[in-house]
Structure formats: structure tokens, C-alpha cells
Design a binder for this molecule. Structure first.
Ligand SMILES: C[S@@+](CC[C@H](N)C(=O)[O-])C[C@H]1O[C@@H](n2cnc3c(N)ncnc32)[C@H](O)[C@@H]1O
Length: 217
């Protein structure tokens, strides 16, 4: 039975990776793409992206980064990420690595990262405080965490999110609708005063969002 559910999970992972870019195409055109460009213009130095997915952020990164580590736990996503890296290799730093891993265990030394990128990922990590502690460990004292995350909304939206969340979690491979990521970041030692409340274009039930730069306190 466990074997069957693992096999079903692998099939689902392949399907999720295959439909990811087509599903996101509308929101990207409606403003998510522009938000990525504006946010990622602040990336510099040694950069680590968690949950890099199919590599959507690659084309929004500025030139001149010193190194780039792309961390992604899903095999099918990573295969697409590797192709995306190869397609824009000339625009990326020579030191670029795609790594099988999670946000809770980054393959970098303490305080060595200038820029961390997390877009639509902290909703899915199983233990937000473990992931945030790891981001905090990796980041240089004057480093920055660039983020776009969908989060729990308010009022009627939040009530609806609570109802949908159990099913969403299954369909979205662990994605939570009801996560208060700003509070989690603050609790984990990040200053979020430069993180704006935002609305994900075409986001629907995932509309309530955060956009901006968090800094270690
Ligand atoms: C919704 S996709 C976002 C992809 C990309 N960052 C973007 O902006 O389009 C979430 C990604 O996070 C990855 N992910 C899930 N759990 C993770 C974890 N614990 N650590 C790092 N990445 C994770 C998933 O495999 C998936 O590629």
C-alpha cells in the first residue's frame, strides 16, 4: 500500500511539474512576472533560491551575480530547472548549481549568502520555523530575503481558505492556504517592515500575498 502511494506521488509530481508553467502563465502575464522582475532586481552577490521549481525566476535575475544555488526537492521540477538553466546559461554566473534539497537544509556555510529568494515556497514547507531558522543561518548579517508568498487572508477569504485548506494541501503537494508567513518570519528573527501586503494577480483563493524584502534582525 505504501509502495502504491509512493508511486502515485511520483506520478503526481511529474504531472504537477508538467502543468506548473501553463497554470502560472495567466498570473505571470497579469503582473506576477513584473513583480518578479522588480523584486529580483535587488538580488546581488552569492544567491540561493529555495524551491526554484521550473526556473521561472531565472529570466528575471539581474546580471553580475557572483554565484547561484538553486535548491529544489522535486525530481521532475529539477529536470525542468536544469533545462531552464541550460537555456539561459550565458546570462547566469559561471558558478551556478542545481541542488536536490529542501529549505530546511541548505548546502552553504553560515552567514555566506547575500541574497535568498523564496517565491511561492514557504506555503509548502512542512515546518516553517525549521526552514526560516535555516534561511537565517545561511544569510549574511546584511543579507536579504526576497520573497513573494501567498498567505492567509482576512474575514470571509480566511474562512473560505480554512474550509478549502485540507483538500488544497493534498492537491497542492503540501501547500497551505492558511499560513501567516509574516508572523512566522518575525518569530524566526526577520524584520518584515519592507515586505508589503499584496494581491497575487489572478490568485483567487491564493490572492492574499506578501511581496518585498525581509532582513535578519
Ligand atoms: C509553487 S512552486 C514555486 C516554484 C517557483 N519558486 C515559482 O516562483 O514559481 C513550490 C516549489 O517549492 C518546492 N518545495 C516544496 N517543499 C519544499 C521545501 N521543503 N523546501 C524547498 N522547496 C520546496 C516544490 O517542489 C515546488 O517546486
Amino acid at each position: 500500500m505504501a509502495g502504491l502511494s509512493a508511486a502515485a506521488g511520483r506520478v503526481y509530481d511529474r504531472l504537477f511539474a508538467a502543468v506548473y508553467d501553463p497554470i502560472l502563465a495567466g498570473p505571470e502575464r497579469a503582473g506576477l512576472g513584473d513583480a518578479r522582475t522588480g523584486l529580483l532586481a535587488h538580488a546581488s552577490g552569492h544567491v540561493v533560491e529555495i524551491g526554484a521549481g521550473t526556473g521561472v525566476n531565472l529570466r528575471h535575475l539581474p546580471r553580475g551575480l557572483r554565484s547561484l544555488v538553486l535548491v529544489e526537492p522535486s525530481g521532475p521540477m529539477r529536470a525542468r530547472l536544469e533545462s531552464a538553466v541550460a537555456a539561459v546559461q550565458a546570462e547566469l554566473p559561471a558558478d551556478v548549481r542545481v541542488v536536490d534539497g529542501t529549505a530546511a537544509a541548505l548546502p552553504v556555510a553560515d552567514g555566506s549568502v547575500d541574497t535568498l529568494i523564496s517565491t511561492l515556497v514557504l506555503c509548502s514547507v512542512p515546518d516553517p520555523q525549521a526552514a526560516i531558522a535555516e534561511l537565517r543561518r545561511a544569510l549574511a548579517p546584511d543579507g536579504r530575503l526576497l520573497l513573494i508568498e501567498h498567505v492567509a487572508g482576512h474575514g470571509r477569504t480566511r474562512r473560505l481558505q480554512r474550509i478549502i485548506d485540507p483538500a488544497w494541501r493534498i492537491v497542492g503537494r503540501g501547500c497551505r492556504l492558511v499560513r501567516d508567513t509574516r508572523a512566522e518570519l518575525e518569530r524566526g528573527g526577520f524584520d518584515t517592515t519592507q515586505v508589503d501586503d499584496w494581491a497575487l494577480p489572478g490568485g483567487g483563493i491564493t490572492g492574499p500575498a506578501l511581496l518585498g524584502t525581509a532582513r535578519p534582525r
